[in-house]
Design a protein around this ligand. Sequence first.
Ligand SMILES: Cc1cc2nc3c(=O)[nH]c(=O)nc-3n(C[C@H](O)[C@H](O)[C@H](O)COP(=O)(O)O)c2cc1C
Ligand SMILES: O=C(O)C(=O)c1ccccc1
Length: 408
Amino acid sequence: MAGQGEHDLNCLTIEELENHAHGMMDKQTRDYYNEGSDSNSTLRENTTAYNKYRIRPRVLRDVSKVDSTMDVFGHKNNIPMGVAPTAMQALAHSDGELGTARACKKAKVAMGLSSFSTKTLEEVAEASGDNPHVLQLYLFEEREHSRKLIQRAKKAGFKAVFLTVDTPFLGRRNGEIRNQFKLPPHLKVGNFAEDQIPMPEGENRSSEAQGKSRPKLERKQSQAGYQDGDKRVLPQGPITFHTHAANPTLSWERDIEWLKQECLPEMEVWLKGIATAEDALLAVHHGVSGIVVSNHGGRQLNGALATIDALPEVVEAVQGKIPVHVDGGIRHGTDVFKALALGADFCWVGRPALWGLAYKGQAGVELMLKLLSDEFKLCMSLAGTVKVEDISKEYLVKMDNSGFVSRL
Ligand SMILES: Cc1cc2nc3c(=O)[nH]c(=O)nc-3n(C[C@H](O)[C@H](O)[C@H](O)COP(=O)(O)O)c2cc1C
Ligand SMILES: O=C(O)C(=O)c1ccccc1
């Protein structure tokens, strides 16, 4: 546990880190990182839903030595939590994904890399060394682009691909539209050649590559509801290259089998964005290695259930056949404890890493990981759990709106 002198007195909680990071990002970046979709209600509920669950602490259990470690992707993780894949981290700080990778390695926690990162996956793999790292994947309609990415990830030593399945279209992010989000010219999406990802004019791509890819992007725009009447509008303002990530054609039968063939045995195939028991059962049926209960940090389907509320039905359906991870709204060590008590094997945090980066680059991500890790270890001790496996639903109650408390 941290002594009195080891603290950053400006940032003793993730909330304080968020507040400090706020002033260190330009408005476009802050809005892009922090917003959800539509009215942001799922974004908000991801965090507030944790308040419904309260901990039942047990005492007199000799908690002088608490072991918070657990194995993930064949490695010992310091706590059952890693950093979720979020796009374009160099918007927050020039360290970008390399800062995150180095901080994760130092803290011994797994890292997820977005395929839309601002450093290349090879650079991030090198910075990660033997610390477990997984690559988040969007399956493009241009299958060859995905195949190349998968080959590179294998070669670079990624442990798994996390296929994002909640993004047949990109959710409607109003801040992004209002700010006419554009990647600044000095930044690049590291993993793609310019002719693989169509970028609108002004988004650092050569005019030759623009010419090649434009028809595809125009189609994407109209699919995503950005069509301006009958007129095929040229990509401008809110229509950014990342509309390209969305692929509405994906299906269980064709694409999951394809992905397994491309990845196994070197890399596991996981699905990120499962939110129901039915889809969890299909995931088991289709032989994926694990799932992440996620609503994309409230950035996709607004009105979807908070992930901590979706988790129990998924856990019950899966019955331990494959690991179940969860992300969304985790801001305290006690949230990690609650998610594990509800049956998650592991948690991922997204925005807190971005706030850490904005605050102090790699050092800020280290700080974020230390805050959550200290909080989690203290929570384990105060709740009377000595090992991670001890954490179970016996340690939780749920409170309804009128304050009525029930055992789980
Ligand atoms: C700015 C931002 C970018 C993201 N980019 C991606 C992405 O490229 N791929 C993906 O699967 N999820 C992406 N996510 C979702 C995260 O992986 C994760 O599901 C979410 O951030 C968890 O919620 P939290 O931020 O409340 O912790 C992104 C989230 C944010 C906030
Ligand atoms: O912004 C996002 O949430 C996201 O998932 C994404 C998708 C494609 C490119 C960049 C980010």
